[in-house]
Design a protein around this ligand. Sequence first.
Ligand SMILES: Nc1ncnc2c1ncn2[C@@H]1O[C@H](COP(=O)(O)OP(=O)(O)O)[C@@H](O)[C@H]1O
Ligand SMILES: [Mg+2]
Length: 155
Amino acid sequence: MQNRLVVENINFSYGKNKVLDNISFTAENGIIALLGNNGAGKTTLMNVLTGLKPAKHGKARLNDLDLLNTKEYPLHKVGYLPQNFNIYNNITGLDFLSYVYDLKNIKKSNKKTYIQEIVEKFHLGSVINQRVGKYSGGYKRRLGSSWSTSPYHNR
Ligand SMILES: Nc1ncnc2c1ncn2[C@@H]1O[C@H](COP(=O)(O)OP(=O)(O)O)[C@@H](O)[C@H]1O
Ligand SMILES: [Mg+2]
């Protein structure tokens, strides 16, 4: 699927500290890097684009969807794996994926198939029934990226 994220004149301030000053860019399919010094505002921008922080001005459109003014944020279309990715250690990877899909309002009838596909695609089969607390750092990130980058959300 061809995707297009158009960001226009995003502004964000913490009190008087203006952190995002008219940020505009367009991103299409592929790997896009957002580079900046520590404190440049990368995390703040990601929080705005994922609906975690409200922008005062500006627009962000994902394909034909207005990301900043939707009544309900389109959780099923957007994934985000932050640097510090903490999950419940006492549940299995399978329970975790199931929980994530519930949060994303994925239809129950599709859930099992999506999870199976993801487990296969991300080679999680050997650990998926183990407690997440036992995962190595690499497997934890793999579990996190499996759902946050999944194309299945668009179905
Ligand atoms: N919750 C917050 N309250 C006040 N200031 C913040 C908060 N989060 C970040 N900042 C400030 O906003 C600026 C951008 O931070 P951040 O978006 O975390 O940058 P980056 O992710 O690029 O390192 C920094 O000056 C930081 O101190
Ligand atoms: Mg950051």
